[in-house]
Design a binder for this molecule. Sequence first.
Ligand code: HEM
Length: 546
Amino acid sequence: MSPQLHTLFFFSGKANSSIADHFIGLLSDKQPHHHQMYYSTIEKVVGWELSWPILLFVFVASLFVVTSRPDPFSDIPGPFLARWTPLWLAYQARRGRRYQVVDELHKRYGRFVRIAPNHISVADKDALPIVYGQGHRAFDKSPFYHAFIGDKASVFSTTDRQDHAQKRKLVSQAFSYGSLLNLTPLISAIVSSFVEKLDKISESAEYIDALVWFNYLAFDLLSDLAFGEPIGMVEKGSDAVVVEKADGETVMEHAISLVDEREHLAAVVGHHPTFRFLSKFLPDPFFVRGHRASHGLEDLARRRVMKRIRSNAHRDDILGRLIHARIGDGGSLTADQTNELIAESVTLLIAGSDTTSNSLTAILHLLLTHPDDFKRLYTVLEEAVEPGELPRYNQVKDIPLLDATIDEGLRLHATTAIGLHRSVPDGGILCCGRFFPASTEMSVPAWTIQHDESIWNDPENFRPQRWLDNPDLRRYLMTFGKGPRACLLMDVILSSLAYMEMRLVLSTIILRYDMELQTPHMETTEGFMHKPKCLMTRFRRRNASP
Ligand code: HEM
């Protein structure tokens, strides 16, 4: 019974998410008493033999309602299927090419494109301060983000404004403990152990996947920072980790695949609550792996959170701060608070590791395929760092060409390439000359804006110099999101965490190794973030290095 009902609401798309949500609430595992009540009520009232005719009737009636209602977006062009069902957008996300398809649609149709029955993509820089603006008319995150919620919403996934303000305050406070100087030795230590490994690997002159090693590095850093305990991926040269399931059983998982699979699943099933529900029953390995990964990541965070709670240790790290913010100096965490901590830890692991390693890989690829820019940067770095030393953070923290190279890489590759989903607030909004009613889902496609000729001169080319000529361009860099839900980077010291890591790692490897790509072409794919698939690179020690 339940899947049919959900399919019905799913296909009738635009209007019924709240109804479907209601049914999902009733049918979800977390409410077994409701579940039973629901079934027995239907059974009592109509009997099962009548359920199909009733469903058919509801289906036809709802089709009638949907097609006869005035359609506020009938004049906005877009793919035919996208007018009727969010399945079209979910399918593009599943293919890992959503940003490209949406970009092509904008090239064909112009500024407004309807990419789902209730979702309008607006490719116009003037839409940025509206869709991602601050203040009382700020848009909230749309229900798309519910797909990122596990047991509890986190600062990233919550769609409730007040809840977000509270969570963001807690997380920002927790991160503010570390001044730049506090974090620097930690990052330097992890980069040193990364270099030790690379030195050994470089002796064999084999090609290795730089993406995988950047992943190990970023994961170790985040884990140390967030849990006070490095996962030790660089050391082991592997992403295999022990996770603790909710029932206390421990199993081995591959953390990087967990992040990729979970993120991609959410980017696909977030388009409709019905899809989230149905996907749990689909035998397609994509969905099976994705749901497994969601649990796996929570289990990974749970093991670390529980270990800390059981140890009663008071450490001044992010987790320590998050715990302190909830219970102060005494008391113990409730089950609800523990789940909240697990949710925040998962968010930090995903938000801070995958993003940075994907960006680093893309920037390295651009540098290695642009030898003149590489040489220019090499010369500048050589002047800033003592010969024969590993760069220290204070030597590379303020090199305009290094930062310009990073920003240009973030723009051209577009680590965030899709338009981030937002909901129009009550009262509706006027955007780029057109009115959109409340609850319309809107997004501004990041890839399209970052490749827009009216903003960027010669947008398809890698030109770090543009950032030195015009620092104002940062207004149009969407890699870290915009507005009240922009990356945590924007308002705390963490601001520099990703930049710190990218500056140190890039300057270190550029000065220390001769690098060569196996092939100049880098394939990418897209989950929620836009990511390289791999970057086979040969590292050889330069003679001058220690
Ligand atoms: C190059 C690296 C990074 C990129 C490209 C990046 C990108 C983003 C983007 C685009 C968003 C907004 C997402 C949305 O609106 O759906 C975001 C949010 C967030 N990021 Fe980052 N991020 C990076 C590094 C980090 C790091 C190192 C951390 C911390 C460990 C972090 C923590 C967060 C958090 C907590 C949020 C949610 C903020 C909120 O909703 O209030 N990010 N990030």
